[in-house]
Design a protein around this ligand. Structure first.
Ligand code: SF4
Length: 129
């Protein structure tokens, strides 16, 4: 609920066709309507839009209002795989130094319950970034 990985410098949140269909259904929109309203084409692929905030560029679904002082995902159950698998992306778990580098900007890394390595491998292998 810090919102750190959903905000900051400009970035991208990739959305697959399946994810697009789920998100569109959530808003009772067609996929074309959802895409036109909430997505854009980034160099990396179809991405969720961002909006300006005092924290930088927020994901269009980052909700800073419902819980004062917290930043929550407004589409949590249907959030894209990129969000679900953070911080176990290949680029982050590649080495102790890449992990330490991500830890500098993510207050959640190395806190909370211990995740079994098998589960980390599944998440790492599910995403390409
Ligand atoms: S979809 Fe949710 S978890 Fe993913 S970046 Fe947006 S607010 Fe964050």
């Amino acid at each position: 609920m810090c919102g750190n990985c959903c905000s900051g410098p400009p970035g991208y949140v990739l959305v697959s066709d399946e994810e697009l269909a789920r998100l569109a259904a959530r808003f009772r929109l067609t996929t074309a309507e959802f895409e036109a309203r909430y997505c854009h084409r980034a160099e990396e692929g179809r991405s969720l839009n961002e909006v300006n905030s005092s924290f930088g560029r927020d994901c269009v679904f980052l909700d800073r209002h419902t819980i004062p002082g917290k930043a929550i995902c407004g589409v949590y159950e249907d959030r894209p795989l990129q969000c679900k698998t953070w911080p176990f992306w290949p680029s982050v778990v590649k080495s102790p130094s890449t992990w330490a580098g991500s830890k500098r900007t993510c207050p959640g890394i190395d806190h909370g319950k211990l995740i079994p390595v098998e589960q980390i491998r599944i998440q790492r292998d599910a995403i390409k970034i």
